[in-house]
Design a protein around this ligand. Structure first.
Ligand code: HEM
Length: 67
């Protein structure tokens, strides 16, 4: 999961640019978080690790969601 805390392979500007035309809404991002969280739980990650990954994703929300 390099773009979620490991050595960064994408800058914030790159993440913003690549999602601009994808037009992801706040609701769409909420759905992504919900599904990703479920998948991590099903993969039996520790609850604290799931929470840490979700929190990292949330830091990228403003770059990904189109306002
Ligand atoms: C934490 C949230 C997210 C991160 C860190 C993230 C990161 C990235 C990165 C780094 C790329 C570029 C990959 C590459 O060029 O090889 C990418 C592309 C893409 N992402 Fe995300 N993403 C996130 C959320 C989402 C969500 C929620 C969606 C849609 C529901 C999405 C849809 C896409 C699409 C369609 C592309 C390809 C765009 C293109 O090439 O034109 N992403 N994402």
């Amino acid at each position: 999961m390099r773009c979620l805390g490991g050595p960064p392979s994408f800058s914030d500007d790159q993440i913003r640019d690549v999602h601009r035309d994808v037009k992801i809404s706040e609701d769409g991002f909420d759905q992504f978080i919900e599904l990703f969280e479920e998948a991590l739980q099903e993969a039996e990650l520790e609850a604290a690790d799931v929470a840490a990954v979700v929190q990292l994703c949330e830091t990228k929300r403003p770059l990904v969601v189109v306002r």
